[in-house]
Ligand binder design. Sequence first.
Ligand SMILES: [Zn+2]
Ligand SMILES: [Zn+2]
Ligand SMILES: [Zn+2]
Length: 126
Amino acid sequence: MGVTRKTRNLELVLDAFRNAQEALSAQLLMERLPADVNRSTVYRLLDRLEDDGVVHSFLASENIKFYALCKECPPSVHVHSHAHFQCNSCSQVVCLEQEVVVPTLNQYRVDEAQVLLKGQCATCMR
Ligand SMILES: [Zn+2]
Ligand SMILES: [Zn+2]
Ligand SMILES: [Zn+2]
């Protein structure tokens, strides 16, 4: 199995993200993968994809870490500061196109901005 299996798991994880319209926590991701892909494999793959600039992570409600595919990050670097949205009813989390406007600070250098907007998604507002 070795390499073949590793590649298969990686492809499964990438497919899950491509098919999802939303960001995924490790738990949500596990639910979309075959039962034989174990938790530690999933965490290892997520770490690696994040290091490679393929997915980015952020904290949503209750400090649950979510992951989503990067659109334009060069290899190994993350260059975005878009906001995220979480629905209070269904807990769904999505990346927003909107960039967060970072204020200029005199005494501090800002490297990233994490903004989580919360409310109701289109489905829950119906
Ligand atoms: Zn990124
Ligand atoms: Zn919702
Ligand atoms: Zn995002």
